[in-house]
Structures are given as C-alpha cells and as structure tokens.
Ligand binder design. Structure first.
Ligand code: ADP
Length: 560
C-alpha cells in the first residue's frame, strides 16, 4: 500500500485528487479535461442552442454539477442518468429474482438501489409451497449483497444499496445485527423504518411496552438493539416513516416505504430520481451571499434536471413508467461549510442555522417557480391531478440534499451540508495513490499569516490530533479562529442535527448527512440524539461515532 507522504510546504493536493477522479470516473474516449466532459453532457441534455450554452456555463463554472451517473453516461451508449432508485421486493421467488435483476441492471450504470424487505416473511415461517421454510429478509439481503459484488466488475463504481426493514417486522432484531461484524454486507447501508407511534413510546419512556405481540419484543429491547448497533459501528440508520409520508406529494399513488442508498430520496416503488447540486461556495461574492445568483442558478438547474427525465434511458419499463408519472428531481446544494468560512461564520452559530434555512427556502422557492413555468410551457407531471399540489407544476418533488461524495471533489468544495471533516487529512486511495489534503480556505487563511515553519507545524499538529482546538499559542491560532475553524468532530451532535433540521424544513425530499459523535460518546447520547432528531422533524439520520469502524472513506491516521 502506498503510504501517504506528507510534504510540508507543497500545495494542498486537491487538484491532484480532482484530476485522478476525472480520469478514473468521468473522461470518455477522446475527452481530455472537464470542459470536454461538460460539452458532452450539455449537448445531450439541452434541447435548444440557448439551453446548451446555459447548461455548459453552469457546469464549466462548477456552480452547478449534476450527479455522477449523469456525468458518466450522458451522451454515451448507456444514457442512464439517475443516481437514485427504489425497487419493490415481493414475497415470491419469481418476484425476488425479478427485483435482483432490475437492481443489477441499475448498478451496472452507476445508480444506487433502495429496497424495503418488509414484505418478506420472517425466517423460519412455512414457505408458500408448504415444503420447507422461508429464509427471511436477512438471508435475502445477503443474496442481494453478493449480486452487487458481482455486478461491480461491470460498472465504473462499485454499486450501493439501501436495505430497509419496518420496525414491526418479526426479524427486526436479526436485521439490526446483520452488519455488526465488520465487513458483512459491505454493499449495503441498512435502515430501520420507524413510525411516530414507536418514537412516542420511547420518548415517553414506555420501554416495557410490548411492541410486537408475536415475538413478545418490547419497545426498549428493540430500541436498545438499534442504539447498540449505532454505538458499535454506525448502523442501522433510522428512517421516520410518518415524517417521510407527510411530504408524500402523491399519496394517491401509495405510501413511501423506501429511499435510495444515502437516504436523500424517499421514492415510490420503481421511481427513479436524477440529482444535481449547487456549489454554495461560488454563491459568495465579496463576503456576501449573492441571492440573485442562487435563485437564478436554481432555476436553470431545474430546467437541466427536468430535461434529463425525457432523454434518460431507463433500465426497465416499470421504472420509465413510474418516473414519468411524477417527474421527481433532486436539486440540492454542496459547499455549505465553505460558504460559511467565506462569510466568516462558524458552523455552530445561530447565524449558520438561520442561513441554512434561508438558503433552502430560496432554492426550493426558485425551483418551484421554474417548475411552474415549465408546466406552463410543457405540461404538468401526468399525476398532477392526483397530487396535493394546488397549482400546476411539472415535478412532484424538486429538492433533496445528496452527499455529493465525488462531485464535491470535482467542484473543489466541502461536501453537501457537512462540516469539513478535518483541515488536514488524507483520503483513502481512490485509484492507487494517496494524497495529503489541506483545506483550501484553511490554507488561504493561515498560510499568509504564519511563518512557513509555524504553518508546517500547524498542519502536522492537525494531522496528528485531528483538531486545532487544543493549540494554546494565540499567535498561531486565536480564539476567533478557533471558533471559525471547528471541524466535524469539534461540533456537538445537537448542532449537527439542528443544521440538518434547518435544511429539512424547506426541502421536499430528504437529506444525506452524518451526525458525528466523539469516540467517548455513550449509548445514552445516541438514544437521546435519535429522539431529538425525530422531534426536530428529520426524515432520517445516520450517526457515526469516531473510530467505531475500521474502514472509513475519510480517515485521520487510521489504516485504510
Ligand atoms: P456523486 O457525488 O458521485 O454524484 P453522491 O455521493 O452525492 O454521488 O451520492 C448520490 C446518490 O448516488 C446516492 O445516494 C446513491 O443513490 C448513489 N450512489 C452513490 N455512490 C454510489 C455507488 N458507488 N454506486 C451506486 N450508487 C451510488
């Protein structure tokens, strides 16, 4: 394994990483740089020369970047542009293997698949034929996990799944434990779907109440299993069923019981959704938010994403049909923490919370405006009459906040709405090389201010300790700087949740975010965080306690 080499005084490494990603993931034959990629994508998605210029500018400037499948596949033979899919899984051999096949076809093109396995009868129940017994949802997830393992050889990225089980399912405890052993089901994120009625019992402390009459499982037993799992290695995630379905804009088409792998898109069976994100870092001009630019970019991005629905090549006819009925798109944002740094606002400040809410309000407002305009031009989504929208609109839902794991690196900004993980860190190898990375806004602030040797010592300190909060010399880092340069692990879990909640208030779909906790966090903290997140109106959450898992993508000095 190539050890990360830290060379004091050399650049921040971001450009190397960006070039690596571009080459390994996005460049197609004959393409040499980002502009070539943008030309291919804009040409495929634009329906007029004016749109071509508009889309090209959005992408070249990196103020808006569509998600990976669009960048990889637009204008190519594949033509599959969506990142998010939900596939139903029914309780018969035929249907199970149909779902598996559909998932494989999606993963081959770089899309992520989510499934709710609750219709699968529990482990040990009699099979339909009366011969033998059913093997239950956990065994099925193993099968789906293996299939992803095979398909990965055919695609440009490894494939990702979300496996969901309702908390009322008899097998919920084995499901919660399914990933406890490190390395198990590594192609799956798992989440428990929890209704308000369960959370209310937890909140009121009714832990002895029987939740599942058949298995006799009590509320407290199941909740403790969840907390234990999260404390040990960050899984399962939680999805709040009632909150998700309060934002179901087409309830006549059925309830929503699943999301895509990272949780930002709750979707109906067979729906898919294409994503794209606005780079907030570029919305700051002269130390101020340029609200006009934000609104204008959001409008153009909606046109871009809506066009995609019509040229998208769907893996199977059911997906084309379901997606065509509601025309959901997922416009999101990235670079929120970079925006705050440019504005001089700490991530954990009241101003940041207020700004988060206002940004998402403006993005969603502008998106809705454009979607109404598009409805007037081209028609509403076909199921509009069956929806809860009161004025004609072209897309049943418009906004979602994705992790932007790869595209934020391409755009050179902080990911999604996450705080910067560390000012100095290395990233696990992507294509064989490792890099030391220094956050560019950190570099821009400290490098000119400090003598070279002090700057290098500061980097070394952060690389070893993961923080600058314990530096005592005010000449190096003063109190103001300590407040501004708090990174993910310096920020308490409550603030992480508050920020997610602020964005969620004006977001149609969901938000992908990790609630970081320090290694010393107790199980009790995790329980409290789950209840707090539910009360704040999150649609779901993922908690990760530092160093509770060996293999993580972003790491301080942990082995990769
Ligand atoms: P990107 O930055 O590459 O555009 P994100 O990190 O924002 O992607 O993820 C967006 C969505 O794309 C995820 O929620 C998931 O549905 C899908 N996705 C992400 N990574 C993968 C992967 N390796 N394989 C399949 N789908 C993925």
């Amino acid at each position: 394994m190539g050890e990360a080499v830290f060379m004091p005084g050399t650049g921040n490494g971001l450009d190397i990483l960006e070039a690596e990603i571009l080459k390994s993931r996005y460049l197609r034959e004959g393409e040499e740089d980002w502009e070539d990629v943008c030309e291919r994508v804009a040409k495929a998605i634009a329906s007029t020369p004016e749109e071509y210029v508009e889309f090209l500018n959005l992408m070249v400037s990196k103020i808006f970047v569509p998600s990976s499948p669009t960048i990889m596949n637009a204008g190519t033979v594949s033509g599959q542009l969506s990142a998010c899919f939900v596939i139903p899984v029914e309780d018969s051999i035929e249907e199970i293997f149909d779902s598996l096949k559909t998932a494989a076809l999606i993963q081959k093109t770089g899309g992520g698949t989510g499934f709710n396995f609750s219709n699968i009868r529990p482990d040990g129940s009699p099979s339909v034929s009366g011969v033998g017994t059913a093997s239950g949802p956990v065994a099925l997830i193993r099968l789906f996990n293996e299939a992803t393992e095979i398909v990965k050889q055919f695609g440009r990225r490894r494939g990702a799944n979300m496996g969901i089980l309702d908390i009322s399912h008899d097998d919920v405890n084995p499901f919660i434990r399914a990933k406890r052993e490190e390395g198990k089901l590594s192609n799956f994120n798992i989440s428990v779907m929890v209704p308000d009625s369960f959370m209310r019992l937890v909140e009121q402390g009714n832990m002895d109440e029987i939740w599942n009459a058949k298995t006799g499982a009590k509320v407290g037993e199941i909740f403790s299993e969840i907390v234990e799992g999260i404390w040990r290695n960050g899984e399962p995630g939680i999805l709040f069923y009632d909150r998700i379905n309060r934002d179901n804009f087409t309830p006549a088409l059925g309830d929503i019981s699943a999301t895509n792998p990272c949780g930002e898109e709750p979707l109906l069976p067979f729906e898919s959704c294409n994503l794209g994100s606005i780079n907030l870092s570029l919305i700051v001009e002269d130390g101020k938010v340029n609200w006009d630019s934000l609104r204008e970019t959001a409008g153009k991005a909606v046109r871009f994403l809506d066009n995609e629905i019509d040229i998208n090549v769907y893996p199977v006819p059911e997906i084309e049909e379901a997606t065509g009925k509601t025309r959901k798109i997922g416009l999101g944002i990235m670079g929120f923490h970079d925006m705050l740094l440019k504005l001089g606002l700490p991530y954990d400040s009241t101003e940041a919370l207020g700004l988060a809410e206002k940004i998402m309000e403006q993005v969603t407002y502008s998106a809705v405006r454009m979607s109404r305009k598009l409805a007037a031009e081209k028609g509403t989504f076909p199921e509009y009459e069956n929806s809860i929208w009161e004025l004609p609109i072209r897309n049943a839902t418009l906004t979602a906040i994705a992790p932007t794991g790869t595209i934020s690196i391409l755009a050179g900004c902080s990911a999604g709405i996450e705080p910067v993980f560390s000012w100095v860190y290395r990233r696990a190898r992507i294509t064989g090389n490792e890099f030391m990375l220094v956050h560019p806004l950190f570099e821009a602030h400290f490098k000119p201010k400090l003598p070279e040797s002090s700057y290098d010592r500061l980097l070394e300190h952060i690389y070893t300790r993961g923080t600058l909060q314990d530096i005592t010399d005010p000449e190096i880092v003063d109190e103001e700087e300590k407040k501004l340069f708090r990174s993910a692990l310096d920020i308490d879990w409550k603030t992480h949740i508050d920020i997610q909640a602020a964005f969620q208030r004006h977001c149609h779909a969901g938000i992908s975010k990790t609630i970081n906790m320090p290694q010393k966090a107790r199980k009790d903290d995790i329980g409290k965080a789950l209840v707090y997140a539910w009360m704040q109106g999150l649609k779901g959450l993922t908690i990760y306690r530092t160093e509770s898992r060996q293999r993580v993508v972003l790491s301080l000095k942990s082995p990769v």
